[in-house]
Design a protein around this ligand. Structure first.
Ligand code: AGP
Length: 633
């Protein structure tokens, strides 16, 4: 997490850096800061705890308007900026980045975690360095200043320092002694450099954690790889590996238009993104599910990629799906669907667990990593582990330019569009849709299901978007429920079968944006422990769908009601009148095939979480303690 930005060019750096940081706020919003070298070559640092707006309010107005250094000493205009998601030390002004050393000579911003920071800190303290913050980052900058005492080449200073660091980092640094130079290094955290020109044709460089912070200035990008360092100066850009050997930079021209981040009249991004879901599913199906009589076209890009992937699918005898959080929950829906339809074993693993055990993975496995951002540290590490074990990886991602998409063997973009709200909604439905397509494609290839069954699934899938619209057009009951249950302390979500992961996702949504304690369980698990919690103060939100487990779920709801819990039903089939008194509230949603119902049952749970958080006055789009892209483990 954390977002870093660096600029070298002829423009005023601070407004540009602050604007770029705005695009990185999804990575953290605990504090923000900027540093630059002024006309007298003094290092100036401004930082403020809380959201970026606090930093903007702190900056002197003239700093934002004036062309910094325009009349100065001929230095280019250089600066760095940071948006923080706290790992070491509270989210206060002191711990905010940029950090500098005791001589205020060097400033750095850092994303990642330095695991041996304490040892470095102790070593430097013994040499007289005085530390001011609780961060791991300060150890890096103090180390740089210490090495710089006897080494003039700042690139060598950084390279020496990097050999002493354990952990993950992307960092950008500036130094008073080298006022025309901007440095950027990457090891297990994303970093990209934009190579552009200002209106006068002067070259300019923007370093950032994510291309979204750059694309409004240039679409020419260099994606740093792990173990690479860039030295940027008026003479150009020098790329090296950590041994100091020169590497030829690869400049990619990306087609992304500058991203407009706009709520489009909705109160929050989360609500806007929930309402985008019918179109997201349409988008996701478009070109892949052309008609119910044609086979699914998965990867879309080129016939070669499709042929290669199809040939590989012929060889697999297991699917292993890996993800975190919402992406993990989407993977679970995939397991229920694919295993039942294709009769191939499907495992789902939380990436953070997978990467630290010695999992059995074989070249005959299809490993599917799911990640909205494509940068989640645990999922990326899991992808690499799967590669080490000889498996081929298919990455389902919303970011085709992400590290995972670059490293995977096959990529299936989920096409959810930019998701700004920290709580994932449309990316979940897009991931689930992609998994349905993968399952149907596999079934087609293996003739695992009869053509009528596959046609029925495809026909129903094509109807999902308009059914989601129906749910979205009828939110009065959900808004009333949100007011009714808004002050409930604990909410249990229960479901069974393919909707069990939906219960988990409903609970995740509610807890992350409302801070109400919520858990998702299989209805069958209730009696194995959670039922002990039930009394009249607890709400149990149940998902009941027509099909194999409807009656089982009814029994589970009755068990909850018998313990005085306030039971709510989200159902796609009428509840028989004799059973209606089991429920305090019943919300009916459109019917679909049981296997595909998660695409519909998820929507009211997202809305319920949204309206409850809204009712409680929470910061829906940027909930406390969270960040959109989790690039630390
Ligand atoms: C979902 O609402 C979360 N904020 C979170 O669980 C997220 O899904 C998880 O961090 C994984 O992110 P990814 O999809 O970008 O890998």
């Amino acid at each position: 997490m954390c977002g870093i930005v660096g600029y070298l060019g002829h423009k005023s750096p601070i407004p540009l850096i602050v604007d770029s940081l705005r695009h990185l706020e999804y990575r953290g919003y605990d504090s923000a800061g900027v540093a630059y070298l002024d006309d007298e070559n003094l290092l100036r640092i401004y930082k403020a705890s809380g959201k970026l707006i606090n930093l903007e309010n702190l900056l002197p107005p003239e700093l934002q308007l004036r062309q910094l250094g325009q009349n100065g000493n001929g230095h280019r205009h250089i600066g760095i900026g940071h948006i923080r998601w706290a790992t070491h030390g509270a989210a206060n002004d002191t711990n905010a980045h940029p950090h500098t050393g005791n001589r205020s000579e060097i400033a750095i911003v850092h994303n990642g975690i330095i695991e041996n920071f304490y040892e470095i800190r102790q070593e430097l303290q013994a040499k007289g360095h005085v530390f001011h913050s609780e961060t791991d980052t300060e150890s890096i900058v103090q180390l740089l200043e210490s090495i710089a005492e006897s080494e003039n080449d700042f690139c060598k200073v950084i390279l020496k320092a990097l050999t002493k660091l354990d952990g993950a980092y992307a960092l950008t640094a500036i130094s008073k002694k080298h006022p025309n130079r901007l440095y950027a290094a990457r090891h297990q955290a994303p970093l990209v450099i934009g190579v552009g020109q200002d209106v006068n044709g002067h070259p300019e460089y923007i370093v950032a954690s994510d291309a979204v912070a750059i694309v409004q200035h240039t679409n020419k990008l260099i994606y740093l790889k792990d173990g690479e360092i860039a030295e940027i100066s008026p003479e150009g850009l020098r790329l090296m590996n950590f041994k100091g050997e020169i590497i030829e930079p690869v400049i990619e021209t990306i087609s992304t238009d500058p991203l407009t981040i706009d709520k489009k009249g909705y109160k929050h991004f989360m609500l806007k993104e929930i309402y985008e879901q019918p179109d997201i599913v349409r988008n996701s199906l478009s070109g892949r599910l052309k008609s119910i009589h044609q086979p699914i076209w998965l990867l879309g890009d080129t016939p070669e990629a499709e042929t290669l992937f199809n040939a590989f699918l012929d060889t697999i005898d297991r699917v292993v799906i890996i993800g975190c959080g919402t992406s993990y929950n989407a993977g679970l829906v995939g397991k229920y669907f694919i295993e039942e339809l294709v009769q191939v074993p499907v495992e789902v693993e939380a990436a953070g667990e997978f990467r630290y055990r010695n999992p059995f993975i074989s070249p005959r496995d299809l490993v599917v990593t799911i990640s909205q951002s494509g940068e989640t540290a645990d999922t990326l590490a899991a992808l690499r582990l799967a590669h080490q074990k000889g498996a081929k990886v298919l990455n389902l991602t919303n970011r085709e330019d992400s590290t995972m998409a670059r490293e995977a063997d096959f990529v299936m973009p989920v096409r959810a569009g930019v998701e700004v709200s920290v709580a994932a909604t449309k990316s979940f439905t897009a991931q689930v849709t992609a998994l349905y397509l993968l399952g149907i494609a596999l079934a087609e290839k293996r003739q695992a299901a009869n053509p009528e069954q596959l046609e029925a699934l495809k026909a129903d899938l094509l109807k999902i978007p308009s059914r989601i619209e129906t749910v979205l057009h009828n939110t009065d009951a959900l808004q009333a429920m949100a007011r009714k249950y808004g002050n409930t302390r604990d909410v249990l979500f229960i479901a069974r079968g393919v909707n069990f992961p939906v219960a988990m996702e409903g609970a995740l949504k509610l807890k992350e944006i409302s801070y109400i304690h919520a858990e998702g369980y299989s209805g069958s698990e209730l009696k194995h422990g959670p039922i002990a919690m039930l009394d009249s103060s607890i709400a149990v939100v149940s998902v009941l769908t027509k099909g194999t487990v409807f009656e089982k779920m009814i029994s589970n709801c009755q068990e909850a009601k018998a313990r005085d819990a306030r039971v709510v039903a989200i159902t796609n089939t009428p509840i028989p009148p004799a059973l209606q008194n089991t429920f305090e509230d019943i919300l009916e949603i459109p019917e679909s095939l049981e296997q595909l119902s998660p695409l519909l049952t998820t929507i009211p749970l997202q809305l319920l979480a949204y309206y409850m958080a809204e009712f409680l006055g929470k910061d829906v789009d940027q909930p406390r303690n969270l960040a959109k892209s989790v690039t630390v483990e």
